[in-house]
Design a protein around this ligand. Structure first.
Ligand SMILES: Cc1cc2nc3c(=O)[nH]c(=O)nc-3n(C[C@H](O)[C@H](O)[C@H](O)COP(=O)(O)OP(=O)(O)OC[C@H]3O[C@@H](n4cnc5c(N)ncnc54)[C@H](O)[C@@H]3O)c2cc1C
Length: 676
């Protein structure tokens, strides 16, 4: 008999198969409604945490797995006053939780199932998810926001059907921007990429979006801030048991130092998502597997495919799945699939899956906006852990997405109910401000942009990544030697990530390998895998300075980073470049120079929307394009700048050639280059 608790299944389906408790005891619960625990001033180093894990005689709770579920439980347990430890095989949130569709929601899809099948459990998941949306927005406002989504309808009955469903969703969400039905013309205006033939109109509703990996990270950091001993890159290799076979802790292996040590705990929580069975087998090799892995992929394409920052949902693909394109972090993510897969620590995306998504999504796109294979700039896969539900004769999701607080609270309530702890406070995580959220305000980016001479785009990115911790990152920024921007060297010219963020991630956020930086502290590898490959050498050299790597360690880390991009982000699978960024040929450069000269007739060195309009009129092309539309076209192509230099025009063409994302509308006007 063991005392190991499998998270996620609890309260949903098979709690009894996962948790067998020895004692029943009602703990003394404090009356406090807010967290009374002390927050540490500075976060301990990773080494100090490892030291505490080794020295502590017995923890109250040990959590295995640092995804959204594990981090949530660790925070909940620690802030109830329980001595808590957490070990994560890879990096915080390196599993499914960083590869989600980035929604904070109950899921329109689940709601449909709930209503169709009169399934109360599914209904409760949606309701809880929507409640959680409000909570997440309070706890980490800098990492979450709402955004509009269009569900086009091509038959009148669909209009009524979707209207009904989305209105129930609105009702469950409580306070939110209400959804509405928009006419065909309005739908096209909101989302010009939409397929127009047969279009009747669309439902416009609002969903919540988040930066999934950073959200889990701030939950883990908050737990550490309250005294939990959480450590990443540490695998549970076996469970400790007493003579009765009861689980009393774990044997863990630190992948950074290579050391193996023991952690003792009264309760062990298995929060390993799709790897749940692996840990269950450690408890009892005879246990039957209950988890089925199911992979869901996403593709990243240019922001251009989600104009107006509006998501587009195709609720019924040819095989009945929901396929969508959502704007996220200045790109578009397209997903997702649902195919049986072996649980893996480094899942990859197959060509078949890519083709499936493109084909299905393109059904919702107009002919002129079809997403091509070479438009794909990153591809990643996440594995859901579905648990067998004997009552329903099917598999259901093991964990309820990023419903961090609600699920953690429920789990900890069970832990507390079933165990003998001296003193336990009530759950205190509702509305708790996570790391970075305490003094964050939506206008913080304006303040720091002015005060520190930062580009607004960079300031906005920093505030939406670090909240009020932005000042700590700014302290690490070096002077550029220029008047503007005064500080902050970018890692890559096309993205707002700064080199200082790499240093901050190592010093304050426990990043230890390049993939931690590329995929989870920044999200660069998900946004553009090739750009991530380009910055890898610089990331390795900054990490080497911070962590004192010798040349051999640098080489090893560089190679591991490349392998990660290859396997998990599909970098060698993308576009024509096979992972290599192509350059412009001399003939292409002279074509660009000639186009530029024709537009910039007066030789000012830049052209504006008026120059472009004049040029198009002379070319008898697009004569009717309004000047304000051309302003928009130019600013889209040139990162908010309304004037384009020859060098910038070259960069735009180069990005197009590399399947990168800027200036597609501008190129539609100017034309493709002729290649030999
Ligand atoms: C394609 C896709 C899209 C999704 N979209 C959304 C969405 O938009 N919104 C939403 O809310 N939810 C979404 N979900 C669901 C959500 O991502 C998952 O439910 C959630 O991430 C599960 O969290 P978890 O912590 O249980 O699992 P994981 O995130 O996988 O965490 C488990 C962790 O355990 C670690 N681990 C495994 N073995 C060991 C070991 N031996 N020792 C130590 N650690 C170990 C792993 O490294 C991993 O980090 C999506 C899921 C998929 C697949």
């Amino acid at each position: 008999m063991s005392r190991i608790l499998g998270l996620g299944a609890l309260g949903i389906t098979a709690a009894s198969t996962l948790a067998v408790w020895q004692t029943r005891f009602n703990p003394r619960i404090h009356e406090a409604s807010n967290c009374q625990m002390e927050r540490l001033k500075g976060l301990p180093t990773r080494e100090a945490i490892v030291d505490s894990l080794k020295k502590e005689k017995q923890f109250d709770v040990l959590v295995i797995g640092g995804g959204s579920a594990g981090a949530g439980v660790a925070l909940d347990a620690q802030t109830r006053g329980l001595k808590t430890a957490m070990v994560e095989y890879g990096d915080y949130c390196c599993g499914t939780s960083s590869k989600s569709s980035k929604l904070i929601h109950g899921g329109v899809k689940y709601l449909e199932t709930a209503l169709k099948e009169m399934d109360y459990e599914q209904y409760k998941i949606v309701q809880e998810g929507l409640k959680e949306r409000i909570n997440v927005m309070k706890c980490a406002p800098f990492l979450s926001h709402t955004f509009p989504v269009l569900v086009p309808t091509y038959k009148w009955w669909q209009s009524v059907y979707y209207w009904g469903g989305v209105k129930v969703y609105d009702f469950l969400a409580g306070k939110c921007i209400p959804s509405k039905f928009v006419s065909k013309e309005e739908a096209i205006e909101i989302c010009p990429t939409i397929r127009k033939e047969g279009l009747r109109g669309a439902m416009l509703y609002y969903d919540g979006q988040q930066n999934d990996a950073r959200l889990v990270l701030v939950v883990a950091l908050t737990a550490i801030r309250y005294g939990a001993k959480c450590v990443n890159h540490t695998e549970c290799v076996d469970l400790l048991k007493d003579s009765d076979g009861k689980v009393t802790g774990a044997i863990v292996k630190d992948h950074i130092s290579g050391e193996t040590y023991k952690i003792n705990a009264k309760v062990v929580v298995n929060a390993t998502g799709p790897h749940n069975d692996h840990i269950r087998k450690m408890a009892d090799p005879n246990r039957k597997p209950i988890i089925m892995g199911c992979s869901g992929i996403h593709l990243t394409v240019a922001k251009y495919f989600c104009p107006g920052n509006t998501g587009l949902v195709n609720p019924k693909s040819s095989d009945g799945r929901v396929i969508f394109s959502f704007p996220w972090e200045n790109v578009t993510i397209v997903g997702t699939t649902d195919d049986e897969a072996e649980p893996s620590h480094s899942p990859n995306v197959s060509e078949k899956e890519i083709q499936y998504i493109l084909e299905e999504m393109n059904r919702s796109y107009a002919k002129e906006y079809q997403i091509k294979r070479e438009d794909v700039i990153s591809a990643w896969s996440g594995i859901r852990g579905l648990v067998w539900d004997p009552r329903k004769k099917n598999h259901r999701t093991l964990a309820r997405g990023h419903v961090v607080d609600a699920m953690a609270e429920e789990t900890m309530n069970k832990v507390v109910e079933n165990n003998r702890f001296d003193e336990v406070k009530p759950c205190a995580t509702r509305g708790m401000k996570f790391e970075g959220g305490l003094n964050y305000t939506p206008m913080l980016y304006r303040e720091i942009s002015r005060k520190y001479g930062l580009e607004e785009k960079v300031a906005s990115h920093l505030c939406h990544t670090y909240g009020d911790k932005v000042y700590e990152v700014l302290k690490l920024c070096k002077s550029t030697g220029k008047q503007f921007p005064a500080i902050g060297h970018r890692l890559h010219p096309d993205f707002p990530f700064l080199e200082a963020e790499v240093r901050y991630a190592v010093k304050e956020e426990y990043a230890r390998i390049p993939a931690d930086i590329l995929a989870r502290r920044t999200r660069l590898s998900l946004l553009d895998a090739r750009a991530a490959k380009q910055v890898l050498p610089r990331v390795v050299s900054i990490m080497a300075e911070e962590l004192g790597w010798n040349p051999c360690q640098q080489k090893k880390n560089y190679e591991a980073g490349l392998e990660f991009l290859k396997v998990e982000m599909g970098v060698f699978n993308l576009g024509k470049g096979k992972g290599e960024r192509m350059e412009l040929t001399s003939s292409e450069e002279s074509q660009i120079a000639s186009i530029f000269k024709k537009i910039d007739k007066e030789g000012r060195g830049t052209f504006s929307s008026s120059d472009l309009k004049e040029f198009l009129n002379e070319q008898k092309k697009s004569q009717n394009v309004q000047k304000d539309i051309l302003v928009d076209v130019i600013t889209e192509a040139n990162d908010g700048n309304r004037f384009i230099s020859q060098e910038e025009l070259q960069k735009i063409y180069l990005n197009i050639k590399n399947g990168s994302y800027k200036g597609r509308r501008l190129i539609d006007h100017l034309g493709e280059l002729k290649t030999e």
